[in-house]
Write a new protein. Structure first.
Length: 342
């Protein structure tokens, strides 16, 4: 936490300020609004992702600009799709090509707005893609993990396309997509696989891994499998858990609504928590990654949205039962941070 407060959070704030200044110059009012909203409303995504730089401070000047740029692409595109003027799958697919290009050094920049009316972003999205590519080139072992990063980004793009198209097509497309992948994860439900695909944490973990010399492709496979699906699924299921009321009002799809009961929801999240803990024990610095898991639980379950939803409050209390001291520490710490930023 000392490293996070002293180095990570100030560096993340600095990167976001630079991006905010660029976003303010976007000519198109809709694109400008969505870019600025994504930075303002979702900055905690970048703050959380930046924690991975605390595990290798020597590379924080590479990891933090990379993580902030990729997460900002994700958040910006999520806004464009979620509160969109379009329901076109082709549009969403082209927008998310930017994320694939961002994690592919040497990829040519494209017209990512080709299928939508709003196009003039003053080079904002191209800048984010280029920043990712430039930082990735500074990672000594990126070639050993690149395939897995691209695979995860592809899954993320698929999810964003299928969950944002016309409402009457979403479930059909998501279930068809699950049919293609369920043999790999037979212990998961379809909504849990979809949730895992919506997380960027495994990508950030692979970036951290690539800061080490001599990483092999086998290492890349192992790290990816340790983080995906359980750590990633936990991340996004908690996000959906606290957003249930908000999504109901907005008519948005929420993966926590697909459990048959509140008891099943608690049981499944608790099972995924335990699987995630077991998975990260395979890592050399398992303590750091265990803190990530406890930090996720604390961050989301201490969110003010929890207290505003009686059902979510009951689920939160059950998940916090028998909390280890580390989670209780992060719970109090998360509430303190929110007060400081209010």
């Amino acid at each position: 936490m000392h490293r996070v407060y002293k180095y990570v959070l100030p560096d993340v704030a600095q990167e976001l300020e630079k991006l905010k200044n660029r976003a303010n110059l976007i000519p198109d009012p809709e694109l400008r609004m969505q870019a600025l909203n994504s930075i303002q409303d979702k900055k905690f995504h970048c703050q959380g992702g930046g924690v991975y730089a605390a595990a290798n401070l020597q590379y924080r000047t590479v990891l933090i600009p990379l993580i902030v740029a990729l997460q900002t692409i994700s958040d910006y595109l999520d806004n464009l799709c979620d509160r969109s003027t379009s329901l076109d799958a082709e549009d969403f697919r082209m927008l998310h090509q930017s994320m694939l290009d961002a994690v592919t050094p040497g990829a040519t920049l494209k017209d990512y707005y080709a299928y939508r009316e709003e196009k003039e972003d003053g080079g904002y999205l191209h800048h984010l893609v280029s920043q990712c590519q430039q930082q990735i080139k500074l990672l000594p072992s990126y070639s050993a993990v690149q395939f897995h990063v691209i695979h995860l980004v592809s899954l993320y793009g698929d999810l964003q396309v299928y969950k944002h198209i016309a409402k009457d097509l979403r479930e059909e497309k998501l279930l068809g997509w699950w049919e293609e992948h369920k043999f790999e994860y037979p212990h998961l439900q379809w909504n849990e696989f979809a949730a895992a695909s919506g997380s960027t944490l495994a990508m950030f973990m692979l970036f951290l891994t690539a800061t080490e010399e001599g990483v092999t492709e086998e290492d890349g496979i192992r790290i990816k499998n340790i983080y995906f699906p359980h750590v990633c699924a936990l991340h996004i299921l908690l996000d959906y858990l606290i957003d249930q009321e908000e999504d109901k009002v907005g008519g948005d799809l929420n993966f926590c609504n697909y459990y048959e009961s509140e008891a099943t929801l608690v049981d499944r999240i608790a099972t995924i928590v335990n699987r995630a803990r077991k998975d990260v024990q395979q890592l050399p610095a398992s303590g750091f990654h265990r803190l990530i898991i406890e930090g996720l639980l604390a961050l989301y379950l201490s969110d003010p949205k929890v207290q505003q939803q009686s059902d979510v409050r009951k689920v939160s209390k059950q998940l916090m039962k028998k909390s280890p001291l580390t989670r209780l520490f992060f719970f109090v710490n998360s509430m303190w941070i929110r007060k400081q930023q209010a």
